[in-house]
Design a protein around this ligand. Structure first.
Ligand SMILES: Nc1ncnc2c1ncn2[C@@H]1O[C@H](COP(=O)(O)OP(=O)(O)OP(=O)(O)O)[C@@H](O)[C@H]1O
Ligand SMILES: [Mg+2]
Length: 478
């Protein structure tokens, strides 16, 4: 392991120790350390840091702080232990939320909350609860309000899963974000904390700021009192619904983080198109650009002509791609060429920005692009005659494959029939705010389900009966 040089810059002094910037090779990293002293407090802090290290070593997600490793420092008089993690120079979310001079558009707030919900959803799927979710424990990764970008990571897992430590006077999480049942609660305590954070993001105030004593807050919350939502702007009424569900007195009534994510997506879709995001006139090409598009260009900017897969995966994660491994199919050997990435992402660009006949926006995300291109029967950039060659050599009657279509953004299914080949266009539409894939008489939310429909019903297209039987999986180098 390379040497770690601790710099003097302290970025945070919390209940559990100190966080400093350090140099690790050429990189800036953040280290969180405690001294393993003998007194009770120090010992509890040590246990908590060890716990955090164990929790973080299980986690890998674009919205969870990235841990590089763990080390012990024998050079100081008392032994110290530290977690080495990625350094996020933009700092924690509290500085953004309570800065009255900083305008946060509803869209930006939604992006912020989506990335919290995505990290939390992953955390709960790993059977881990946070138990100390609050703005100081959320770090800002990317922030560009003009482009509607606010991407965060969750940090400080010192209290995660530690029910005994949680009750300790020394390091109990702050009461402002604590659910009424915090001491006995389960996963839903995190949903409560989320409600308070979302309330703070909508009002740009600190919750319970008028209460002087923690006991006063605890008492009120136990009796069902909650911060006031009446002053929140009507544009945010969808967000108020989420707040109110998530701080329900009965934890069973709260939304799960998956539901929160879905509800936030609905709020996002419900906002007027081109709300004054960047201050640019409507219809200007630049104001019509969606954040994803900008993100894709930025990813390109960070790639070399040929980038190692591990580096590319990290870039994708930095840009909030939830399923980076699905892009692995772009690899040749262990490398991804910029040319190939650009070709694929440009191909899907119309979907990310185009409008349907109902004038709603199709909003493919990187994850959705990944879902399509990682389908095993997706053969990418094949011409019609190459597709026929593949099906002739590797398929039988009823086999099909999916490929780029001659019309950018669409896809073509090429099917081998008993005596002929057919090409069927797959296009897209929006139904109830959701993207659906349309092929012939069928519509479905995923290409997999669309194929299931085809296989079940053998549709008639252009007067001919098609029989979809088995997918012809990728076997050629594209
Ligand atoms: N990786 C990081 N990059 C940048 N800043 C960080 C990083 N990790 C932590 N910080 C800063 O240090 C502060 C304290 O970190 P953290 O919350 O992990 O420690 P803590 O001692 O448990 O704090 P507390 O008990 O007050 O919650 C954070 O609020 C944040 O401002
Ligand atoms: Mg903290």
């Amino acid at each position: 392991m390379q040497d770690l040089t601790i710099l003097n810059t302290e970025v945070g002094q919390g209940g559990h120790g100190e966080v400093r910037v350090a140099k690790w090779g050429d990189n800036d990293v953040a280290i969180k350390r405690v001294l393993s002293g003998s007194d009770q407090t120090q010992n509890t802090l040590y246990v908590s840091l060890m716990n955090e290290m164990k929790v973080l070593s299980k986690l890998k997600h674009p919205n969870i702080v990235q841990m590089f490793g763990f080390c012990e420092d024998e050079t100081v008089k008392e032994r110290s232990v530290c977690i080495v993690m990625k350094y996020y120079p933009k700092g924690s979310l509290d500085k953004y939320l309570y800065n009255a001079d900083l305008h946060l558009d509803t869209r930006v707030i939604i992006q912020m909350m989506l990335s919290i919900a995505s990290g939390m959803s992953y955390l709960h799927s790993m059977n881990i609860r946070h138990q100390d979710l609050k703005p100081d424990n959320i770090l800002v990764k990317n922030f560009n309000p003009k482009e509607n970008i606010c991407d965060v990571v969750l940090c400080d897992f010192g209290l995660s899963m530690l029910s005994d430590v949680q009750n300790s006077e020394t390091i109990q999480g702050t009461v402002t974000y604590a659910a009424p049942e915090i001491k006995t609660g389960d996963y839903m305590v995190d949903a409560y904390s989320f409600a308070i954070i979302l309330w703070e993001a909508c009002t740009r105030e600190k919750a319970w700021s008028k209460c002087k004593f923690n006991a006063e807050i605890e008492e009120q919350v136990k009796n069902g009192a909650r911060p006031d939502v009446s002053g929140i702007h009507v544009e945010k009424k969808g967000l108020v619904k989420i707040i109110e569900k998530c701080w329900s007195q009965d934890p069973k009534d709260r939304f799960t983080f998956e539901q929160i994510f879905e509800e936030l997506k609905k709020c996002e879709k419900g906002l007027p198109l081109n709300s004054p995001v960047s201050g640019l006139p409507l219809n200007s090409p630049s104001s019509a650009r969606r954040p994803e598009m900008v993100i894709e260009e930025k990813i390109e900017g960070r790639m070399d002509d040929s980038t190692d897969w591990e580096a590319f995966e990290n870039i994708l994660m930095d840009f909030g791609c939830e399923k980076p491994e699905k892009f692995k199919i772009l690899c040749e050997g262990n490398k991804v060429s910029k040319e190939k990435w650009t070709k694929y992402i440009n191909y899907f660009q119309p979907l990310i920005t185009s409008r349907t006949k109902h004038s709603a926006q199709i909003g493919f995300t990187l994850g959705q692009v990944a879902d399509v291109i990682s389908l095993p029967f997706f053969h990418g950039d094949l011409s019609a005659s190459e597709a026929i060659d593949v099906l002739e050599t590797h398929g039988t009657s009823g086999s099909y494959l999916l490929r780029f279509s001659s019309s950018k953004g669409n896809l073509t299914l090429t099917v081998r029939e008993p005596t002929d080949y057919a090409n069927l266009r797959i296009s897209y539409d929006l139904q109830d705010g959701q993207i659906v894939f349309c092929g012939g008489e069928f519509k479905s939310v995923s290409i997999r389900e669309l194929m299931d429909e085809y296989e079940r019903k053998s549709p008639e297209i252009d007067g001919k009966s098609f029989e979809f039987k088995q997918a012809c999986n990728r076997i050629v180098k594209r």
